[in-house]
Design a protein around this ligand. Structure first.
Ligand code: F6P
Length: 419
């Protein structure tokens, strides 16, 4: 039975940040206020910070419409994020008791968590514990990840803006390569995030159009990467043109399952979910090419830039992220728990999207990869179907609020010290 009088909401952000995650936060906040909740608390650094008693009353931070507009244009997780894996309930029930006591003390009715597949594990476990204990708190997930690898949803907020930045930057890199003639040719290898899913790397093909041929080859992590075949492919390309641009996913692996970035001087940092930090693929491939072919190379790791580039955000993405935040709040308000909001594409042209909710147990810890049929037969490019799928998600712009020539972000004196 739901409480007759609405009390409070708590919202957290978790996992890798994006250019759109704060727009979802703004959507949760606005909807909670519109639906009559008294306070909206924000967890500082997600569930990890909350367990340490770190949270804020968001109404002290989002005080007017301008704050909300700036929040939508501010990259990174405004509240701070975490990569924290809750133990199984039977492993540490005391911890769950502690979390629920804290939530009860704050008179929380709805708990909204904005995150990716690992973060949905938190919603899954907390909503399971609520059932076991008969707690009436509703736990709902709001999807977010540039990787676009969440199950059961057409796409994830954050992906469209990162894809737009990648398509734009790769086009600029290709253009730059045209300008100089280099003896033996030049190869640029662009390394793109996405872990084991190639949605972002495939989006480099968005650079292709009337005025640009697009990258010369694209390697996704869904297929094994053959290092020798790669060198041969680049040799062939250099025989035809002097400037070659190849896009590779940070997560490409050899037939034996070894990440290419592990083939050389590997950085062995692993997070709480057991994910290795993937970095250095482009650097490794560039040194290999210069050794094997003797050409000039340049390794470009788009790294943080691709998920923080709110100056190049997609309008569709920022608006959808806001809507999805609102939909998560609405679902919790109407009694859903143990669910995540998913996006349902109604049509490509005109592009139309709706939302519904799905069982988080079918989403947490799963990875949705690029289907084989959206990768070309030879495994070195994406198909037109892939492009048709991504193109609507990168449409439109969100003009940054420029101050002294630089985009303005939401900044509240004193808040940064809480992070
Ligand atoms: O999960 C999103 C993501 O951006 C991945 O694409 C990437 O592998 C990872 O985060 C990097 O995370 P971090 O910044 O914590 O190293």
């Amino acid at each position: 039975m739901l409480h007759k009088e609405k009390r409070n909401v708590i919202v957290g952000q978790s996992g890798g940040p994006t250019a759109a995650i704060n727009s979802s936060l703004a959507g949760v906040y606005r909807t909670a206020r519109d639906r009559g909740y008294k306070k909206v608390y924000g967890m500082i650094h997600g569930i990890q910070g909350f367990m340490e008693g770190r949270y804020v009353d968001l109404s002290e931070h989002i005080t007017n419409g301008l704050d909300s507009e700036l929040l939508k244009r501010t990259p990174s997780a405004y509240l701070g994020s975490c990569r924290y894996k809750l133990p199984e309930i039977h492993e540490d029930e005391e911890l769950y008791k502690k979390i629920f006591k804290m939530l009860d003390d704050l008179e929380i009715d709805c708990f909204i968590y904005i995150g990716g597949n690992d973060s949905m594990d938190t919603i899954k476990k907390l909503s399971d514990y609520a059932i076991v204990t008969g707690s009436e708190i509703r736990f709902v997930g709001c999807p977010k990840t540039i990787d676009n690898d969440l199950a059961l949803t057409d796409h994830t907020p954050g992906f469209g803006s990162a894809a737009k930045y990648i398509g734009t930057s790769v086009k600029e890199i290709i253009r730059d390569g045209w300008s100089l003639e280099t003896e033996h040719g030049q190869v640029v290898v662009v390394e793109i995030m996405g872990r084991n899913a190639g949605w972002l790397t495939g989006s480099s093909a968005l650079s292709k159009g009337e005025d640009c041929d697009g990258p010369d080859a694209i390697y996704l992590p869904e297929l094994p990467f053959d290092v020798d075949a790669f060198v041969e492919k680049v040799k062939g390309l250099l025989a035809e043109k002097s400037s070659v641009v190849v896009c590779v996913s940070e997560g490409i692996r050899t037939e034996e399952g070894k990440y290419v970035c592990e083939l050389d001087n590997y950085n062995d940092y692993v997070d709480a979910f057991g994910h290795k930090q993937l970095t250095g693929t482009a650097r490794y491939l560039c040194s290999l090419l210069s050794k094997e072919i003797g050409c000039k190379t340049r390794a470009i790791e788009l790294s943080t830039l691709q998920r923080a580039a709110s100056h190049c955000a997609s309008r569709v993405d920022i608006l959808e992220a806001y809507e999805v935040g609102g939909a998560a709040m609405k679902a919790a308000d109407e009694g859903d728990s143990g669910k995540m909001v998913v996006m349902k594409r109604l049509s490509d042209d005109p592009y139309q999207m709706g939302t519904e909710v799905k069982d988080v147990h079918k989403i947490a810890n799963d990875e949705r990869l690029v289907p084989r049929e959206w990768i070309t037969e030879d495994g070195t490019y994406v198909t037109n179907e892939f492009i048709t799928y991504v193109r609507p998600l990168i449409q439109g712009d969100v003009a940054p609020v420029m101050v002294d020539g630089i985009p303005r972000h939401l900044y509240k004196p004193g808040f940064q010290e809480l992070l």
